[in-house]
Design a protein around this ligand. Structure first.
Ligand code: M6R
Length: 635
């Protein structure tokens, strides 16, 4: 295939199938070389999508741009070979395709009809077909079929009318439906970058004589830790010295200023080969941080961020947890703990299924949204539905200022720090901690547990950082195991009780990173069908419940025997001191002794390490697995 030609001319584009996007966005205006600031920002946002990348700069009354399919490295290489002109105003984009192929032509930025404006976009413009037809009727020549290009043409047409990019953006946004963050520059005005958001993330970085825009703060964290969170349906204009926020109607509006409590080093790899590995090893600290400051002086549990009164919490008669992927598995664990401690019925539902089944929601339903990013569109739409039905919504979230906590009645932040690896690890771990805290807090408020009982669980949670550290110290043994299983093409995971979601999580990690068939089952379900999958040598990870729940452990052993009898190779995760388990295991992975409900905190660690290690050995990109993105901001 011929190498892509340099793409600087607006006329180079040919029509493509319709594209949407879910992506990372950067904007800059200030004294520095915008190209460097934008590319550095894109590098930190690349976890959001890495199908293609592009940059546009304002240079002497023109837009200069380049965009390339594939990872950011392709764009960087192209720019290194043929640098773009110097400029101090620019925008950039790294994309995760929702429809259509990741090609040079489909990459952002997209230009308006005359090439006066350049735009990058995250989200999907739902009425794009109508808008496109209208533009074509008016003689516009659309060079791609992306929804973004339609928005760029509309913006440019409005700019012709208003003469000013901010007013044009407001007018354009009034015509758009769906979810979008738009960031644009005007070739004739190098002093500003204008952006808008609806249902899609955007934050402003507040610098000294310079300002930034980003899908999240990682985009500009090396330049400033002061940020401005934008509200729904707002337009923001940044110049070197000012940030002006308005509504789509042009009325003055306010963002919320905040200080980011982590710095660049938290977003760097710190000597690890992968962000994922770094994040696995950060888990002891992440658990400790998630537990920090949860005690009032009288020893009672306090959750400051939960802005719901005790009376409100006492009226709750049903909890529904909504989440996706790994966060959903954290929700499954939460159900066991919350129901056991509070006796409140608790359902767990995939966010994307939730609102389409007409769930029964009342004022006394508490919907708990679990989301590391706080931007997952499926979960966001689920909580909006819940709030429309008057249910209360509490978010368990890792990202300060993100949309889900902002639209919730209450929030428990997980304080894990930035999670960059696409596969969630410390995010999951701290979601578990937050879910336990929520369960205990509800039990405290409703009097379903004695203070001493709550204190005992909190003390046990306090031991988790050391226990996880101990498992991490044994990581080399897991590496050996992965090396030994390099040829495996299918791996099963079995668990019971809270070990079942751990099995699901172990399988998901392996699927997303090693691209091999992996499935998690409730061990009791095996004999109802999945046992047919067992064949000679098939690796089966078995999460054995702690001995305290004797029955569960014994039932698990029955399942292990069933698979061993059919030739499976069993890798058994069992607690210290369970010597009898060795008779059922080809490999034993020792877990610290913990109570049953808290076992996921330790049991998941070897499974995370195993997936990371196996994927590394297979030569895969662990941080950016194929076809995935960190934040799934489209439904
Ligand atoms: O940001 P969220 O927690 O809402 O993300 C939910 C899922 O997309 C996420 O957990 C996904 O499954 C991860 N890739 C799992 O490692």
């Amino acid at each position: 295939m011929a190498p892509p030609t340099r793409l600087t001319s607006y006329a180079d584009w040919s029509p493509r199938p319709r594209l949407g996007s879910m992506c990372g966005i950067v904007g800059y205006v200030g004294p520095k070389q915008a190209q460097n600031v934008v590319i550095d920002g894109l590098r930190r946002l690349e976890y959001r999508g890495y199908d293609s990348a592009g940059v546009a700069l304002v240079v002497d009354g023109q837009i200069s741009f380049d965009k390339r399919a594939g990872k950011l490295a392709n764009l960087e290489k192209a720019i290194a070979e043929r640098p773009l002109p110097a400029s101090t105003t620019g925008i950039g984009h790294t994309r995760w395709a929702t429809h259509g192929g990741p090609t040079d032509a489909n990459a952002h930025p997209h230009l308006g009809q005359t090439g006066r404006v350049a735009m990058v976009h995250n989200g999907i413009i739902e009425n794009f077909a109508t808008l496109r037809a209208r533009l074509e009727m008016a003689g516009h020549e659309l060079r791609s079929e992306t929804d973004t290009e339609v928005a760029a043409h509309i913006l440019e047409a409005e700019l012709d009318k208003f003469g000013d990019l901010t007013s044009a953006m407001q007018a354009a946004c009034r015509q758009l439906e769906g979810a979008f963050t738009l960031v644009a520059v005007d070739a004739q005005d190098p002093t500003k970058v204008v952006a808008a958001r609806r249902n899609s993330p955007l934050v402003v970085g507040l610098g000294d004589g310079e300002n930034f825009l980003g899908s999240d703060v990682a985009a500009f964290i090396e330049h400033t830790r002061d940020a401005l969170e934008l509200g729904q349906d707002q337009v923001v204009t940044i110049t070197r010295d000012a940030v002006e926020v308005t509504t789509f109607d042009g009325a003055p509006a306010q963002g919320r200023r905040y200080h980011v409590d982590w710095d660049l080093s938290a977003a760097e790899k710190d000597g690890f080969d992968w962000f994922m590995r770094k994040e696995i090893f950060e888990q002891p600290r992440a658990i400790a941080d998630a537990l920090l400051g949860r005690h009032a002086q009288d020893g009672r549990l306090q959750l400051d961020e939960v802005r719901m009164s005790d009376d409100e919490l006492r009226t709750i008669d049903k909890i529904i947890i909504v989440a996706c992927g790994t966060a959903f598995y954290a929700g499954l664990v939460a159900k066991y703990a919350i129901e056991h401690w509070t006796r409140i019925p608790c359902e767990v539902e995939l966010s994307h299924e939730f609102r389409y089944r007409d769930p029964i929601l009342t004022r006394s339903t508490l919907v708990v949204a679990v989301s590391q990013s706080g931007e997952t569109a499926d979960t966001l739409m689920a909580i909006r539905h819940a709030r429309e039905q008057r249910a209360k919504v509490l978010a368990i979230c890792n990202t300060n200022g993100s949309t889900i906590p902002r639209e919730s009645d209450a929030v428990i932040y997980t304080h894990a720090g930035p999670e960059i690896g696409v596969a969630s690890t410390k995010g999951f771990m701290t979601q578990l901690v937050a879910a336990y805290l929520l369960g205990l807090y509800l039990a405290q408020v409703r009097g379903t547990m004695y203070g001493e009982e709550i204190g005992a669980v909190i003390r046990e949670l306090g031991e988790a950082p050391d226990q996880v550290q101990r498992l991490l110290d044994e990581a080399p043994a897991i590496s050996d195991l992965a090396a030994d299983m390099r040829e495996a093409r299918s791996v099963l995971f079995l668990g019971r009780h809270v070990g079942f979601p751990v099995a699901l999580e172990g399988a998901l990690k392996l699927k997303e990173l090693a691209y091999i068939h992996a499935e998690g089952f409730a061990a009791g379900e095996l004999k109802h069908g999945p046992i047919a999958l067992i064949e000679e040598g098939l690796p089966v990870f078995c999460v054995v419940p702690p001995g305290g729940r004797g029955q569960l452990r014994d039932k698990m052993i029955s399942a292990i025997q069933e698979v061993r009898a059919r030739g499976a190779r069993t890798i058994v995760l069992a607690e210290d001191g369970d010597e009898a388990i060795a008779a059922y295991a080809d490999v034993v992975v020792r877990l610290p002794k913990v109570s049953t409900l808290l076992q996921p905190l330790v049991a998941v660690v070897p499974l995370q390490l195993f997936a990371c290690e196996l994927a590394s050995l297979m030569g895969h990109d662990v941080d950016q697995p194929r076809n995935l993105a960190k934040s799934v901001t489209v439904e």
